[in-house]
Design a protein around this ligand. Structure first.
Ligand SMILES: [Zn+2]
Length: 521
């Protein structure tokens, strides 16, 4: 055999309890699984005494769309045991490429990708081929982002698409899913998704459904409007007849704390709905996501000049059709990740306002006027709700992060610790607080998400499946990344195998790049 993981406790990902044994690999596949018998000889043996071997973790909500091209080793991703990611989430995918080209060139220039010109693509299949050619360290499946499609066809105008425009958008979605995208995503709090009515989403979801894809949504509200937004996503699934997946389940703002059970019940009662979660009490998004649809960040100064009080009310309290992300949170809990002045990074909007001697809302306007693309972290969820959602055996664990590294792109930013710690953290909390047995946590990180997102042959340890594995110590595993020190790798993971290749193992060996583009089949 090419590779054997020996002396391990094998968890196969199906929810079955672990059993002592070994896993044998030839080329990119698992070919044999043994028990207490002597493992066969192999070109390389990983001794996993005292360790668990599980299917590699599947991260269905990931934003490493450009990482294969600018940081192909993806250290923060692979070192938390992830072997497959799904990108193109929250309505945003690097296709059509036009709106991403500049960002890709910039990121490419600053990244540590291979030394060749940035790739380009004109259809989805070419994009998947470019991922293959880039050889990232983990497998990459893709969703087509509704926001990117709308930006390509309608621009950033706040209006309905014409019949012709909608037909063109449908064609783009249908072609992408036919080429191998696993479905359609929306981001209904972001420009231009925020301009979209339910009928438009249904029309595009039908195009995805016709080609066999699912519908994944960053829903229209996760605070005051949470349940209305969940119902909208479920209505899309019912009307377009496709599976619905609700991204990063949470109960945001103190107005919604304690409602996690109600949220899960909504999902359980729906005919074909799933969700995922990052197990943290803070979100990470753009500062402009605090704005109502009629206030584009790029024109914030002009909008504020026209009607400062109306804008302040919308942002801090909300409007009938727009929920505030500040109400029930407070400006002191909204912390800048990027900022026009470096010394403001890691500080709250309230702290910047105090230093400037102005109100926090006015500080937000000044900040967005200087840089509409600022990102921030909002400490807006309750620990109890995070645990209630984590304890649901059917909710997947997912990072909502993009790959980074302490010395790589983003390595100097106060990023969200989920970039490094999501999967180890789920294991850590579930163990320390006895939320779920280990086999149940592994299942919601492996076979369940792989099946739901059509990652055929992944997410299980069984003969014939792809050899994507993680070896970890269940007693010592610990996410160590914190909001104060986010660029910290977890503890307790000793080996990660991708397509039969040891991608990473404890020690100094460089990260191997054996990942592939995953096409829906
Ligand atoms: Zn999102």
């Amino acid at each position: 055999m090419d590779l054997v993981v020996a002396n391990a406790t094998v968890f196969d990902g199906t929810g079955a309890p672990g059993a002592p044994g070994w896993v044998g690999i030839e080329r990119d596949r698992i070919v044999a699984i043994g028990g207490a018998d002597e493992p066969p000889a192999a070109a390389r043996t990983v001794d996993a005494r005292g360790m668990v071997v599980a299917p590699g973790f599947v991260d269905v909500h990931n934003h490493s769309d450009l990482s294969p091209f600018v940081l192909p080793t993806m250290p923060s991703t692979v070192r938390q045991g992830v072997t497959s990611v799904v990108v193109g989430n929250c309505g945003s995918s690097p296709f059509p490429l036009s709106s991403w080209e500049e960002g890709l060139s910039l990121a490419y220039a600053g990244g540590d990708g291979d030394d060749h010109p940035p790739p380009t693509w004109t259809r989805w299949g070419d994009y998947l081929d470019a991922i293959d050619a880039a050889r990232p360290s983990v497998n990459v499946a893709t969703l087509i982002g509704h926001g990117s499609v709308r930006r390509e066809v309608v621009g950033e105008e706040r209006r309905r698409p014409s019949e012709d425009e909608l037909a063109w958008m449908r064609t783009l979605v249908r072609e992408a899913v036919a080429d191998g995208a696993v479905g359609l995503s929306t981001g209904l709090i972001y420009v231009p998704g925020i301009y979209t009515d339910t009928d438009e989403v249904i029309a595009l979801a039908r195009a995805a459904a016709g080609a066999g894809g699912l519908y994944a949504s960053h829903i229209r509200g996760e605070g005051r409007d949470l349940f209305r937004a969940v119902d909208e996503a479920l209505a899309v699934g019912a009307a377009a007849e496709l599976p619905v997946h609700i991204s990063h389940l949470k109960c945001e703002t103190s107005l919604m704390w304690g409602r996690a059970d109600d949220l899960l019940e909504r999902l359980h009662d729906a005919p074909d709905a799933t969700g995922d979660q990052y197990p943290y009490e803070a979100w990470n998004s753009s500062l402009s996501s605090l704005l109502p649809p009629w206030a584009p960040a790029a024109a914030i100064a002009a909008v504020a000049a026209q009607g400062r009080e109306r804008l302040r009310t919308a942002v801090e309290i909300g409007e009938p059709d727009f929920q505030s992300s500040v109400e029930g949170v407070g400006w002191d809990r909204i912390v800048l990740e990027t900022a026009p002045e470096e010394r403001w990074r890691g500080r709250s909007v309230a702290a910047v306002a105090e230093e400037r001697g102005i109100a926090p809302f006015d500080a937000m306007v000044e900040l967005l006027d200087a840089d509409p693309e600022i990102s921030c972290i909002g400490h807006a969820m309750a620990p109890e709700d995070v645990r209630t959602i984590l304890a649901d055996p059917g909710v997947f664990v997912a990072s909502d992060a993009s790959a980074t590294a302490p010395n790589g792109p983003g390595g100097d930013l106060p990023v969200h610790p989920r970039s490094y710690g999501t999967f180890p953290r789920a294991l850590t909390i579930a163990r320390d607080e006895a939320l779920l047995p280990l086999e149940a946590v592994i299942r919601k990180m492996t076979s369940l998400p792989a099946e739901r997102f059509g990652l055929t042959g992944r997410g299980r340890i069984e003969p014939g499946s792809f050899a994507d594995l993680v070896v970890f110590n269940p007693t010592t595993i610990n996410d160590r990344a914190t909001f104060d020190e986010p660029h910290t790798f977890p503890k307790g993971i000793t080996s990660v195998v991708v397509n039969g290749v040891v991608a990473w193992s404890d020690g100094d060996a460089p990260i191997a790049r054996a990942g592939r583009a995953l096409r829906r089949v």
